[in-house]
Design a protein around this ligand. Structure first.
Ligand code: NAD
Length: 423
């Protein structure tokens, strides 16, 4: 493992990525000589984002855009607004995007952006000003052929609309393909908002079938009932699974016979979180990790499955809806305990897949129906599960290592064939 001068020893997310790369290295044969390309981002941009607040004062926020790899195509990756965003996190998230686009064989590299801000503390006008100023600061490195942002935690389709509008103003014409996850009437794609949750469901069902775990009657615990966890929970319940426990930032709720997800999602339209929902009982956040479950879906933030939690969790199958939810030491424990983990780079890749469809539709100015989009998404996700499953059987390794082998071979083959300029 090598590290960069601007990254500290405690910067866990980036170090986790480096460790994941070290683990895949023995499987890469002669491509190994190019692997250092993955151990450093291609481009890192840190920007100051000053905005005028509603009370007339000026506040400064720190923003980032990291392009980890552009070897296979333009950068692709979301923008996160969260008070804990830092360079280390954005670098790791951008690197996971490189792996994700390659494992899906999408013609993109990996990128990510973020602003260190609590978006809930801003008024709508302040949020818009922040977004437009951040966009103008990173505008010279983004674009439909350079790097295409999308929503992530704390951002949504309105934010993408403002980015598109700000970027387009600078270009002198409308450039819909600069971001994905936009509102549909601004060149967004049908099916995009639900795509990541749908992908978690599709990959989960495909793997459950391979390990003979029936979805009908399966007990499922979900952490995070936002965009990803909400849709995944809804689809699993529709397929006959029982969602027994849900945790979000406000607390944990439990019902042994199943929580009514559509009702809870309706409730969340107006409530801050799951804690006050009447259709279930409140349990402690610690108890969540030891409740009875067949499937666990972490769909909140990274670093949630620690060694201790990995030792106690009862699930047979873990579907990583969130990015980087499992610490590397915890991952080893899950493997030893024969718990199957569908890694984030596969499991939550439905969003980037439909983002790719959105970009293609924007470039062609020709739009598909939701049914067409879901059919293409389902087919691609089932295919990637098969590819990763076969690779894992061939090398007797975890699904995560298998996904990394597949992705790293594609990226490093592209690197090798492009050569190193100036040669
Ligand atoms: P979101 O903001 O819609 O929802 C996040 C959920 O996590 C909320 O329910 C929130 O209450 C919960 N949460 C936050 N902090 C928590 C904590 N400390 N403990 C328990 N729960 C907590 O976000 P999202 O878009 O659903 O994204 C969730 C995860 O999925 C993130 O890791 C994100 O990077 C990843 N992801 C999202 C997409 C996408 O298309 N939205 C695509 C790929 C990956």
């Amino acid at each position: 493992m090598t590290n960069l001068s601007y990254i500290q020893q405690h910067d866990k997310a980036w170090l986790t990525f480096l460790e994941q790369i070290d683990r895949v290295s023995p499987f890469l044969e002669d491509l190994k000589e190019h692997i250092d390309i993955l151990r450093r981002p291609k481009r890192v941009l840190i920007v100051d984002v000053p905005i005028v607040m509603d009370d007339g004062s000026i506040r400064h926020f720190e923003g980032y855009r990291v392009q980890h790899s552009l070897t296979r195509g333009p950068g692709k990756g979301g923008i996160r607004y969260h008070p804990n965003v830092d360079l280390n996190e954005v670098m790791a998230l951008s690197a996971w995007m490189t792996i994700k686009t390659a494992v899906l064989n999408l013609p993109f590299g990996g990128a990510k952006g973020g602003v260190r801000v609590d978006p809930k503390s801003l008024s709508p006008r302040e949020l818009e000003r922040l977004t437009r100023r951040y966009t103008s600061e990173i505008a010279h490195i983004i674009g439909p052929q350079k790097d295409i942002p999308a929503p992530d935690v704390g951002t949504n389709q309105n934010v993408m609309g403002w980015i598109m509008d700000t970027y387009s103003s600078g270009q002198g014409h409308t450039v819909t393909g600069v971001v994905t996850g936009k509102p549909v009437h601004l060149g967004g794609s049908l099916g995009r908002i639900k795509a990541t949750g749908r992908g978690v469901y599709i990959t989960g069902c495909a793997i459950a079938k391979k390990i003979n775990l029936p979805i009908l009657g399966a007990k499922i615990a979900v952490q995070g009932l936002g965009n990803v966890g909400g849709e995944a929970a809804r689809l699993f319940q529709e397929a006959g699974a029982i969602i027994t426990s849900i945790q979000d930032h406000t607390g944990t709720i439990h019902h042994p016979e199943g929580i009514d997800i559509p009702k809870l999602l309706d409730y969340l339209q107006h409530a801050a979180g799951v804690a006050g929902f009447e259709g279930a009982q409140v349990i402690s956040n610690d108890d969540f990790w030891t409740t009875d479950m067949d499937i666990f879906i972490p769909a909140a933030l990274e670093g949630q499955i620690t060694v201790e939690r990995a030792q106690n969790i009862k699930a047979k199958l873990i579907l990583e809806g969130a990015n980087g939810p499992t610490y590397i030491e915890a991952d080893d424990i899950l493997t030893q305990r024969n718990i199957i983990v569908v890694p984030d780079v596969v499991c939550n890749s439905g969003g980037v897949t439909v983002s790719y469809f959105e970009w293609v539709q924007d470039m062609a100015s020709f739009f598909w129906s939701e049914e067409e989009i879901n059919q293409r998404l389902d087919k691609l996700m089932v295919q990637v599960v098969d590819d990763v499953w076969n690779m894992a059987n061939q090398h007797l390794c975890s699904l995560r290592t298998a996904a990394y082998i597949l992705a790293c071979r594609r990226i490093l083959t592209a690197r090798k064939e492009r050569g190193v300029f100036p040669g």
